[in-house]
Design a binder for this molecule. Structure first.
Ligand code: SPV
Ligand code: MN
Length: 651
């Protein structure tokens, strides 16, 4: 369970303000006339008290209210440049921001959920007792904004008025964080009061980078107070740690959907995109993948791109799943983004007319950004996330320093991407989602695509994502379970989240037309693991269009599938036709390698999952039933055909 407003509100304890009258008095004192007048728009007393408490605690020299107007946005851009948080690049509208070398990804070991005495937490994340969190905030946050301006903005996580949109306040001393917020989220200054009233809640985020020195990073903390839906972030700048409108508030939305909208809403780490099928119909997909596993690329393969990171979903009155993107921009990994795999994104990054904040890439002497895997000629020297860089540069341990950090990013408006479906993305009714996908970096086990024969199997696919660690979390290594690719953002018990998934996807509101197709995707099989002596992956980025294209046809009953213990698999002839549409040969031998069942590998991962889930309390029995059935079917096949079952045996 999650009990809201339980325990002391840390912001109120440290700030000491509890009435709107006192809040206005304090704010008037701290603000110039122009900013104070802007604030007259906001009447929500709790919002005003929180802002005043943040100001009282952080003691900035000034307070700036970001109304989202062009003038305010320009002020933010200039503030960030003046403060040295961003620098202009050669191309108009492009800037570079560097995070400290110690702060290049999510600081998982310094990220905590604040819990009350006796509360049970996720087995997947760290938590800290409220009393200890108060001690930290009391020690490190008073005066943290001295000499700086505190910026305050009002954002909507989704199109204003949408069923699953929730408003949030962002408070920060960082111009870079605010510049990013303005690109990534919808400013809802004029609608804030109404939206807070409609949603019945709002989130609050307080961040300060402090002096922004390496020696302070060990003291950095990212706290999420689940009970009050308030985040605190200190001594860091990487957006995943600081712009808590993103993953901080996503965590609250996961909590809210799990405990307050059980069975009718989900909050997922998913892209949203539409694929055009025969006759021009558009079929919408929402798909989960762990950070750094191709979510952005997959999203942009669609003809109607909506979002690349987060999805808020609900079952609408017409009994369809509807999805909105809580964001309006992209904070995308740039490594391996190139003309061939990501043409639309490349147009924005190398063309003119798009505002882009680059982070942690290499900047050459001419002010041009470069990154690993861009398919272009690399410069010999420049400046990157660790300072001066030249070809062959080694770090203190004798390891080569890459040109750009693996988690270096670009921040830009989603609507800058040529295939962005802006009207649909901004529709508070959301887009109707017909296909749900789950994927991870799996080098040796699952085929490129498989469809669940029912909702329970679909939920089990989500529960069973495994993936190689990526550079999006500081210090992560090895192959790990990544349930729903959402595990880093599930604050409560995994069993509760899973139960909500079973309830949602088994909802009796779905009809034959609206029931979603649930599928597993995997782009990361290697030749070596499939009996070939070639190097590298068995596929390439552009194949994604085929896997999604096949699912689009399947969702409309236009292709048949082969039934196997791990789900329904595509037929060769159907894939071959789809490969023709991307001008690619698709040899039968490749299909055979991709879709053969490697029984021992599959059973190994099923047992890994069983073992892990048996350790958790209250995991729904339906999960274990799916695993048992899959295992039984696989063992029967192994008995008959051996450990590698050719797909031709099953067709
Ligand atoms: C991810 O790592 O999943 C991201 C970037 O989307 S972050 O904001 O760090 O979460
Ligand atoms: Mn993400």
């Amino acid at each position: 369970m999650l009990e809201l407003r339980k325990g002391e509100n840390i912001l109120a304890v440290i700030g000491g303000i509890s009435t709107a009258a006192k809040a206005m008095e304090v704010l008037k004192d701290k603000m110039d006339q122009a900013n104070f007048e802007k604030l007259a728009m906001i009447k929500n007393e709790e919002a005003l008290i929180r802002i005043a408490n943040a100001a009282e605690m952080c003691q900035p020299d000034q307070v700036f209210i970001d109304t989202g107007s062009p003038e305010d946005m320009q002020w933010i851009r200039e503030y960030s440049l003046q403060k040295g948080e961003e620098k202009k690049l050669a191309k108009d509208g492009h800037t570079i921001h560097f995070d400290l070398p110690q702060d290049q990804a999510r600081l998982v070991n310094q990220t905590y959920y604040i819990v009350n005495e006796g509360e049970k937490m996720s087995s997947l994340a760290k938590s800290i007792l409220r009393s200890e969190a108060i001690d930290y905030v009391r020690e490190f946050m008073p005066g943290i904004m001295k000499g700086m301006t505190m910026m305050v903005g009002f954002f909507s996580r989704g199109p204003v008025g949408a069923e699953a949109a929730i408003p949030a306040i962002e408070i920060s001393s960082s111009g870079y964080v605010f510049h990013s917020a303005e690109i990534l989220y919808r400013n809802c200054f004029t609608d804030f009061d109404r939206e807070a009233e409609r949603a019945g809640l709002f989130y609050t985020n307080v961040h300060s980078e402090g002096p922004n020195r390496p020696e302070d990073v060990p003291n950095a903390r990212i706290f999420m107070d689940r009970s009050w839906m308030i985040t605190f972030s200190t001594f860091c700048t990487y957006a995943g740690n600081t712009l808590l409108l993103k993953k901080g508030n996503h965590r609250f939305s996961v909590d809210y959907a799990t405990y307050y909208k059980t069975g009718s809403q989900l909050s997922e780490h998913m892209f949203i995109t539409g694929m055009t099928g025969p006759g021009g119909r558009v079929t919408y997909f929402a798909g989960a993948a762990p950070s750094g596993c191709g979510k952005t690329t997959t999203a942009m393969v669609g003809s109607h791109f909506i979002g690349d990171d987060l999805a808020q979903m609900w079952i609408a009155p017409d009994n369809s799943i509807r999805a909105i993107n809580p964001e309006k921009g992209i904070f995308g990994i740039v490594e391996d983004v190139n003309r061939e795999g990501d043409p639309f994104l490349m147009d924005c990054l190398r063309g003119d007319g798009t505002e882009v904040i680059w982070s942690n890439v290499l900047v050459d002497e001419d002010g041009v950004p470069h990154w690993v895997g861009n398919g272009e000629t690399a410069p010999e020297k420049g400046t990157n996330f660790q300072g001066e860089w030249h070809t062959g540069k080694m770090d203190g341990e004798g390891k080569p320093v890459p040109m750009s950090h693996k988690n270096s990013r670009c921040t830009l408006l989603a609507q800058a991407i040529a295939n962005h479906a802006t009207t649909a993305a901004e529709d508070p009714a959301g887009v109707p989602v017909k296909v749900i996908t789950y994927s991870g970096r799996d080098a040796d086990t699952m085929p490129p695509v498989r469809v669940a024969e029912n909702a329970d199997v679909g939920v089990a696919i989500g529960a069973s994502i495994i993936s190689k660690a990526t550079a999006t979390e500081v210090g992560a290594t090895g192959v790990r379970r990544q349930p729903w690719a959402n595990a880093p953002f599930i604050p409560g018990a995994l069993a509760d989240y899973m139960d909500a998934q079973f309830k949602f996807f088994n909802s009796d509101r779905f009809t034959e037309q609206t029931r979603p197709v649930m599928a597993g995707l995997n782009y990361f099989l290697t030749h070596k693991n499939r009996g070939s002596d070639q190097d590298g992956l068995l596929g390439e980025k552009r194949d994604v269009k085929v896997w999604l294209g096949w699912l689009e046809l399947y969702a409309h009953g236009e292709v048949e599938a082969i039934s196997t213990p791990i789900g329904l698999l595509p037929k060769y002839e159907d894939l071959k036709k789809l490969f023709q549409t991307i001008d690619k040969e698709y040899p039968k031998e490749l299909y055979d390698m991709q879709f053969a069942l490697y029984v021992d590998n599959i059973i190994h991962v099923i047992e890994l999952q069983e073992e892990a889930y048996q350790k958790e309390e209250n995991i729904p029995a339906a999960l274990f039933e799916v695993y048992a059935k899959q295992k039984k079917g696989l063992l029967e096949l192994k008995e008959k055909y051996g450990a590698v079952v050719a797909i031709d045996h099953l067709a």
